[in-house]
Design a protein around this ligand. Sequence first.
Ligand code: HEC
Length: 173
Amino acid sequence: MLRNHDLVFLKHFSMVIGFLVFVTVVLLAFAGYMHTRLPIEANPAREAKIAERIAPLGSVYAGSTGAAAMAAAAEFAKKAAASQVAYGGSLDGSVIFGNLCTGCHTNGVSGAPKLEKSAWATRMSAGVPTLVQHAINGYKGPDGNQMPAKGGNPALTDAQVEATVKWMVGQLK
Ligand code: HEC
């Protein structure tokens, strides 16, 4: 037979329990909500594992032979880049002149002959092949003015310089 104060205790006790259950549910709901709102943190260990799993077979270290092949490929790529010819290898004198030689030859910078017949009369008497050689190798004129070898761009081929000199000579007015 329950006594009266036992009943009161039970009532209060179950109210406290009920309140705690309520708080728990609220906290769970809040945690669940937060979980959907916060960005997912990356787990480096997990990411490394995934990267390992999806890594392409070709990049797996293939022993010293593989390393040598890779070094050779890198070397080849470097060489290919270095041998890139200037102005896409163009033999169009106007293109090369317009990109490089014009810097000095259009306005006569530092004594460079402009594209005027009067400035070239004496030079022409030496013959175009000589002018081409001077343009390829560089040339110091009698007045001490310096024509830099290949106009200062060593990536130009001899053929490109020759084409440009011939184009210049054809432009004299
Ligand atoms: C940094 C300036 C400069 C650039 C760039 C330049 N030149 Fe010249 N060039 C000169 C000068 C200065 C002279 C005159 C040298 C002298 O005879 O006194 C000259 C002279 C020449 C001559 C005559 C050489 C001779 O024997 O009389 C030719 C041909 C020539 N340049 C071609 C070119 C070509 C082609 C280019 C571009 C690929 C070029 N130059 C770019 C400065 C330049």
